[in-house]
Design a protein around this ligand. Structure first.
Ligand code: HEM
Length: 231
């Protein structure tokens, strides 16, 4: 087995690491399910979001698609699903990518219409751009059968998708500690995702060269079952 494949298949050992991964996945699924409320039009809508210039129609597209990405992404990163149910991983991966594209495109429209000013607009705009870019790189590398690169880009993509969760943790916390809402919102439009990206990069560096963006592609597989196992 190559060093790259070894790094890829290494078991994440500690109980803490498992708790973080499963806890994160659970939070992702919960936030995703709650956000479907925009499709059925039940439940609260924050006043600043209601004041978004492009709220009508776009929020339904965005909440529906981005929530689907958040829920499916949690499952896509599971090594159990990747290894035992490859067909499910591929099918749900296609839906994840389509959801990110629809969620990201509609996010860019909503970013242009935010009621909290240009700092928040640029924060969401940058997030949406990087989200689309990382996801498209993930798709490209899967099509090229470069699975180490594919996994690295999809980890980045999900770290950005996960901004939906971190934003919904930081925003209530900022209000509990009494920070002015508009100021907090502008900061959190950046803080919701920049630390996620830093953590993803640290994780990828620790996991070995095979999972970094600049790494060489895997050599052509000698048999298809090898790469299938890695997917
Ligand atoms: C990762 C890239 C994302 C970007 C750039 C983005 C951007 C935005 C923007 C600009 C708004 C309007 C905010 C405003 O008017 O102040 C919004 C609202 C919303 N987004 Fe996203 N979003 C992203 C991901 C997600 C994900 C993954 C979900 C899944 C749950 C999600 C769910 C929502 C919901 C439910 C709203 C309505 C506001 C609320 O109820 O909190 N977004 N998003």
């Amino acid at each position: 087995m190559s060093a790259t494949a070894g790094a890829f298949n290494r078991k994440p050992g500690s109980a803490l690491s498992k708790a973080v991964r499963y806890g994160g996945a659970l939070l992702g699924v919960c936030v995703g399910l709650l956000s479907y409320r925009y499709i059925v039009q039940v439940g609260p809508v924050p006043a600043n979001v209601l004041a978004n210039r492009f709220f009508d129609h776009w929020i339904v597209v965005h909440a529906g698609a981005a929530s689907t990405a958040l829920i499916l992404g949690a499952m896509q990163l599971s090594s159990v699903v990747r290894q035992r149910w490859r067909g499910l991983h591929r099918a749900s991966g296609r839906v994840y990518v389509a959801s990110c594209i629809a969620g990201g495109a509609s996010a860019m429209v909503l970013a242009a219409g935010v009621s909290t000013g240009p700092v928040a607009a640029w924060g969401f705009g940058a997030l949406g751009t990087l989200w689309l870019y990382a996801t498209m790189q993930g798709l490209r590398s899967a099509r090229a059968r470069d699975f180490s690169r594919h996994r690295a880009w999809m980890i980045r993509s999900y770290a950005l998708t996960f901004a939906a969760v971190t934003l919904r943790i930081y925003l209530p916390l900022s209000q509990i500690i009494g920070i002015d809402f508009a100021f907090a919102y502008r900061c959190i439009a950046w803080l919701a995702w920049v630390p996620n990206m830093v953590i993803a990069e640290i994780y990828l560096r620790q996991r070995g060269p095979g999972l970094r963006a600049g790494s060489q592609p895997l050599p052509a597989p000698s048999c298809s079952s090898h790469t299938d196992r890695m997917l």
